[in-house]
Design a protein around this ligand. Structure first.
Ligand code: FAD
Length: 411
């Protein structure tokens, strides 16, 4: 006989723990399987000087809130790990660590869940296995000479793990910009391939931008209110950092300090790296994105007659003279490349056709159109915070209510 649970949760990161807490509050029997240990995403897959970009006051999980003495600060990697671990310690969830879910299928009304610990059945399955699975390193990486070490952002820890010499960072999203800054501050020669990620101010008119956006109701805005949800979900995160109390990242300022900026990493040929000619355009677009956030804040301040200090407009401190189309790898001294271009999903173990043509779970607010199947922790399931600490609480409570209703109907 396979052991049966009303609910099986795949993944015991913050999302899996959050739904477990809500189910426990409702006395709904369940089990969580996680192939690793609590907080592994934070402990194992972030660099040493990592900090959250979201402020501490936004960090909450059901029944649990940041309670330290620095609500406006930003947790570093170890503090974030402790935060998640502390949550699990607080309510003692029914969690099986070190157990990989190898297959989830549905036969009739029952889910069949195969794991490295044996086979189980359930009425409901919650997929909380995270949105960042396989580190993406593109095929062109293999065209680099073997004197160059390839590393993915999820494996990067610090400068000492890289061979002596210059480092090329590919990707200027949050991870790319923060890792570029980390190595730049370590005194490494950094080469950064810039893409179309937007920039965010950190502080504006006396407050952290997240505080303004919160007051403006942005974090409560549901995905259903946007005319093009697919475009919203595809948007790249703004780059900004929480390091040293939080600051804006200005790639132009880095360039003035000696960081080399290029366009997209396009190809490797005859010992040279070839770039796209997008650098100027993408730096301008990143600044325009930051300016549009400031404009919205200005409008909010004016409409609500809030007293706030005026700020001088941003003046670009550096302009690329012309796009560099290629560099010689040996001459440039580059000995490692860090790929900061994201992840690809891996749901091979989910034997059900649960995704739309964009690869996003079908359904609404995490409730799949396959009855009894749920997704939690994915970006923009309901709001901006759905894939982050700030929105997981309301999403988890919502799913637990849907599950409770269905289990009641089934009884
Ligand atoms: C670089 C980076 C920076 C971020 N910064 C912030 C930030 O500043 N603020 C913020 O709020 N959010 C941030 N996030 C987003 C988000 O908070 C994290 O991605 C968080 O880890 C998501 O939690 P989760 O529980 O959904 O997924 P995860 O933490 O990835 O947990 C999923 C769990 O599922 C398990 N699992 C997966 N597949 C299986 C399987 N088949 N069987 C068993 N177990 C399985 C994994 O072992 C893992 O423990 C950041 C993300 C990244 C990548």
């Amino acid at each position: 006989m396979k052991k049966h649970y009303p609910v099986i949760i795949v993944g015991g990161g913050q999302a899996g723990l959050a739904i477990s807490y809500c189910l426990k509050e409702k006395d709904i029997d369940h089990i969580i399987f996680d192939k690793g240990q609590v907080g592994d995403s934070w402990r194992l897959h972030r660099w040493d000087n990592f900090t959250l970009v979201t402020p501490n006051w936004q960090c909450e999980l059901p029944g649990y809130k940041y309670s330290g003495d620095n609500p406006k600060g930003f947790m570093n990697r170890d503090q974030t790990y402790e935060f998640v671990k502390g949550y699990a310690d607080m309510f003692n969830p029914p969690l099986e660590n070190g157990v990989t879910v190898t297959s989830v299928d549905k036969v009739g009304d029952i889910y069949e869940v195969q794991t490295s610990m044996g086979d189980f059945t359930s009425q409901e399955v919650v997929i909380a296995s995270g949105a960042f699975h396989n580190p993406l390193i593109p095929p062109v990486a293999h065209k680099l000479p073997n004197t160059v070490k390839n590393v993915h952002s999820s494996e990067y820890k610090n400068a000492s793990q890289l061979p002596e010499g210059g480092v090329m960072i590919v990707g200027s999203g949050q991870s790319g910009c923060q890792i570029a800054e980390d190595l730049h501050l370590e005194g490494r020669k950094v080469h950064l391939c810039v893409g179309n990620a937007p920039k965010s101010p950190r502080n504006y008119r006396g407050r952290d931008v997240v505080e303004w956006l919160d007051q403006m109701g942005y974090y409560e805005k549901s995905i259903d209110t946007f005319p093009d949800p697919v475009a919203v979900r595809r948007k790249i995160n703004h780059y900004v950092t929480g390091r040293d109390g939080g600051r804006e990242i200005d790639l132009r300022a880095f360039a003035l300090e000696g960081m080399k900026l290029y366009g997209l990493f396009n190809d490797v040929k005859d010992g040279e790296i070839h770039f796209g000619n997008n650098l100027k355009e993408d730096l301008d677009k990143a600044d325009a994105a930051a300016q549009s956030i400031k404009d919205r804040i200005d409008e909010f301040i004016a409409t609500n007659k809030i007293e706030a200090p005026i700020e001088e407009p941003y003046v670009a401190p550096w302009e690329p003279e012309s796009d560099i189309s290629s560099i010689d790898i040996a001459e440039s001294g580059i000995t490692s490349v860090i790929w900061c271009i994201g992840f690809t999903p891996n749901f091979k173990w989910l034997k059900l056709d649960a995704f739309d043509q964009t690869g996003y779970p079908r359904g609404h607010r995490g409730v799949s159109d396959i009855e009894g199947l749920y997704f939690l922790g994915f970006p923009w399931m309901h709001t901006w915070g759905s894939g982050r600490f700030s929105g997981i609480t309301q999403d988890a409570w919502y799913l637990s209510e849907q599950i409770a209703e269905r289990l009641l109907i089934e009884q």
